[in-house]
Design a protein around this ligand. Structure first.
Ligand code: ATP
Ligand code: ZN
Length: 292
């Protein structure tokens, strides 16, 4: 009898009531603010498509999706896309499904390669002007791509525009992954530490080699997508502690955590410039008041 009463209290026609319960429980003070947030996702593969679905189900205000590829039957070992979507662009197929799941989310989709000169400029303009209020920046950029060139392009765009972003990846053998929160000038950028992570034991093969057929596990990709969107929600709604670098090693169930300082000798000159600006900003802060 008691159980019946509880379940009828929990069941509610508003799909967001359980998310709003986070507020009642004191975890997130401003959950409804998710509606005012806009997120760019570059890459709708094993991580990005699942990340997009998570944000859609959380009630994000706007998603801007970028991918140059089409859905293939070979992708069915991942989550999200369905066999009947084979042949559609990943961006259109994703918009279709996500719009149906949550009609309150607004979408922009771009089926192009972000690394070509013209597309890169357009991609940058969407970071700068694609926010919910027209001509304002998006809240956050998520990198869910599988190659060095695309990661470097996202890094370059975000450094130029001084916008924070999160990078993610899964290793070729599918048994490890990472997410990295990059704040221009304040944390290491994607180009600051070329052989990604030595100290924390994250597999540098996360950076895909050309011509090698990568393995794929929907489990690892789903876990990394979950880590990425958990960090995104914490950043956007300001609760808990945002991780700068979080790894996942599936064989050991080991989650290394780190915060990498920017490299003053970074090969990207804008990164170096942003580092100097950040140091100036730190100097301009009033000295800390002693607590008696
Ligand atoms: P696989 O490489 O194993 O065949 P995949 O290409 O789907 O699968 P994922 O790592 O799951 O690889 O996803 C990466 C996604 O990023 C892909 O959908 C890919 O099309 C997209 N992507 C990679 N580079 C770019 C780019 N320069 N511009 C736009 N989208 C990109
Ligand atoms: Zn750098």
């Amino acid at each position: 009898e008691k159980i019946d009463k509880m379940s009828s209290e929990v069941v509610d026609s508003n799909p967001y009531s359980r998310l709003m319960a986070l507020k009642k429980m004191g975890i997130v003070n401003n959950y409804e603010d998710i509606k005012n947030q806009s997120v760019i996702i570059v890459g709708l593969g094993g991580i990005g498509s699942v990340a997009a679905e998570m944000l859609t189900r959380c009630g994000v205000g706007k998603l801007l999706l970028f991918d140059y590829d089409t859905v293939e039957i070979a992708n069915m070992n991942r989550l999200f896309f369905r066999p009947d979507q084979a042949g559609l662009s990943k961006t259109k197929a994703a918009e279709q499904t996500l719009q149906h799941i949550n009609p309150d989310v607004s979408f922009e989709t771009y089926n192009y390669n972000i690394t070509t000169i013209d597309s890169f400029e357009h991609f940058k303009s969407r970071i700068e002007k694609g926010g919910i209020v027209p001509d304002t920046p998006v809240s956050l950029v998520l990198g869910c791509v599988d190659n060095f060139e695309a990661r470097t392009a996202i890094n370059q765009a975000c450094l130029e525009l001084n916008r924070s972003w999160m990078e993610s990846g899964v290793s070729e053998n599918a048994i490890s992954g990472h997410i990295q929160f990059i704040v221009p000038g304040e944390t290491a950028c994607f180009q600051c530490v070329p052989p990604l992570i030595v100290a924390s034991g994250i597999d540098e093969r996360t950076l895909k080699r050309e011509g090698v057929c990568a393995a794929s596990l929907p489990t690892t990709m789903g876990i990394v997508a979950g880590m990425l969107i958990q960090n995104t929600l914490k950043y956007l709604l300001k609760f808990g502690e945002v991780s700068y670098l979080l790894g996942y090693n599936a064989l050991l169930d080991y989650f290394p955590k780190d915060n990498i300082k920017p490299n003053p000798e970074c090969s990207n000159s804008i990164c170096v410039k942003q580092q100097k600006a950040y140091q100036e900003y730190l100097k301009s802060l009033p000295p800390p008041v002693a607590v008696v």
